[in-house]
Ligand binder design. Structure first.
Ligand code: SIN
Ligand code: FE
Length: 293
């Protein structure tokens, strides 16, 4: 399994149907750190659903409208019927994403756990945020309150912008290069800190040494402006109607522009991968010569 060369992160597949298509068995491509793109795989909204692209359905507190489990809608405001319609849209996207990953990754069947799905109605440009939350900077996904303990983050995205605007990403160097670059600056967690963070409900589960390392890598990358501008990277434009799939804990990414996207997160244990040694957990363990569980 070879990691992508600079400028070669994308793999383009022709499928135009979520349930059926010519492509399958793409585990080795995503695990190697490629972004799988389907330029002909739109998520269609019905005529009376188009109104939900307006950011005013957001409750203003969160940048996404998300569905947790089958029925818990978060981040939206509106009447009962509106919220039910919004929920139906996100649920339909979640079902499409599930169908896609089930046939693209037969090895993961029954092993992927679906997390939240979301509608992201806001424009990327002009969003105010701290450097740590600024996703226009290259990063791997790692979240302070959501330790994964090494479990993989596989994400399905679809651009559904109605006026032709692409979603522009930058995709960075392979994970092993990135980890190598910053590993001299990684330090250990303070003794008892993971226990305290969990006991105080700051984290939703125990923050393992792996989570601690990933959060540091996330922050080191975003804080390093030289790395941001000078490290190997390529710009990618996902046109409306395009779906893309990526291990976002592994692939360095940044979002530069765009509006209106759907997203579904899946979790996968490294031991359920085709090549577990490509997981950030195993790459970091072999780099640091210690277990991180
Ligand atoms: C991210 O995971 O960094 C956000 C990607 C996007 O909004 O396109
Ligand atoms: Fe991200």
């Amino acid at each position: 399994m070879s990691t992508p060369q600079p400028g070669d992160a994308l793999r383009t597949l022709p499928d135009s149907n979520w349930e059926r298509g010519p492509s399958s068995h793409a585990e080795h491509l995503v695990e190697a750190g490629h972004v799988l793109q389907f330029p002909n795989l739109p998520f269609a909204l019905e005529k009376d659903e188009q109104r939900f692209l307006d950011p005013s359905w957001s409750d203003g507190r969160s940048k996404n409208i998300s569905l947790r489990g089958a029925t818990e809608l978060r981040g939206a405001q509106g009447g009962k019927d509106d919220l039910a319609a919004l929920q139906a849209i996100i649920r339909r996207f979640a079902a499409n994403a599930q169908a896609l990953v089930d046939r693209m990754f037969p090895q993961y069947r029954g092993k992927l756990r679906a997390g939240n799905a979301s509608l992201r109605p806001f424009a990327v440009e002009g969003r105010e945020s701290s450097w740590r939350k600024d996703d226009t900077r290259l990063h791997v996904d790692a979240f302070p309150s959501n330790p994964t303990q090494g479990v993989r983050l596989l994400r399905v995205f679809t651009n559904l912008n109605p006026v032709g605007r692409p979603r522009i990403w930058r995709v960075g160097e392979p994970f092993a290069d990135f980890a190598n670059r910053f590993s001299p600056r990684l330090h250990r967690p303070l003794p008892a800190s993971s226990f305290l963070l969990h006991a105080l409900h700051i984290t939703k589960s125990r923050r393992t040494p792996y989570d601690h390392a990933m959060l540091q890598l996330h922050d080191l990358a975003k804080a390093d402006l030289e790395f941001q501008s000078a490290s190997p990277q390529q710009e990618v434009a996902f046109a409306p109607g395009t779906t893309w799939v990526v291990f976002s804990d592994q692939v360095l990414h940044a979002v530069m522009a765009g509006q209106h996207m759907m997203e579904q997160t899946f979790y996968l244990r490294p031991t359920d991968q085709l090549a577990p040694e490509t997981s950030p957990l195993r790459v970091l363990e072999s780099l640091l010569h210690k277990t991180l569980v």
